[in-house]
Ligand binder design. Structure first.
Ligand code: SME
Length: 167
């Protein structure tokens, strides 16, 4: 399906467009992996500042790499490690303005300068995280935080994330 995004709009307007598109493309009758794949594809297409976007999904005490857009990345992250593992453990959104200043940051792409990680929590349990990277410092702000929460809520309201088949 073709989705067109107007890159000349403000970030808020682009996110508002994404929300409308997500309401249409996240479909409960589709497979979870298909919905997650379309989710990251839409946001990557929408924002040129995103160098990498993807899901890391919890299994036991680790996160494993899920659907993503961008360069190949680390396949496993232990809870508590890196920005993703810290967000998964604390269930807090983490905005990193400069990855050089985040102790334990895990480098998957040396050109990555800033990052936002949003935990996905279902019934108080961490299901996984959504991770976004940028080649610019301070690329992510409270606007991203607000709208990524909204985008994730479209996923969690329309589909049962716990149907994910790991193997
Ligand atoms: N930088 C992340 C690792 C994942 S990659 O950025 C895709 C972290 O520190 O958890």
């Amino acid at each position: 399906m073709e989705v067109s995004i107007n890159h000349n709009k403000s970030e808020v307007e682009i996110y508002q467009e994404c929300v409308v598109h997500l309401e249409n493309i996240i479909v409960s009758s589709d497979k979870l992996i298909s919905n997650l794949s379309n989710f990251v594809a839409l946001l990557k297409q929408a924002f040129t500042k995103i160098s990498w976007i993807g899901f890391y999904i919890k299994e036991n005490d680790k996160l494993f790499l899920g659907p993503f857009q961008g360069n190949s990345a680390c396949t496993e992250i232990k809870f508590g490690n890196g920005v993703c593992g810290t967000s998964a453990l604390t269930q807090q959104i983490i905005i990193v303005e400069d990855v050089n200043n985040f102790p334990n940051h895990i480098t998957c792409d040396s050109k990555s300068k800033s990052e936002i990680v949003v935990p996905i929590v279902i019934n108080m349990q961490t299901w996984g995280v959504l991770d976004l990277d940028s080649y610019s410092t301070s690329a992510f702000s409270d606007i991203d935080k607000k709208y990524l929460i909204k985008c994730i809520s479209i996923l969690t309201k329309n589909i049962d994330l716990n149907t994910f088949i790991l193997r």
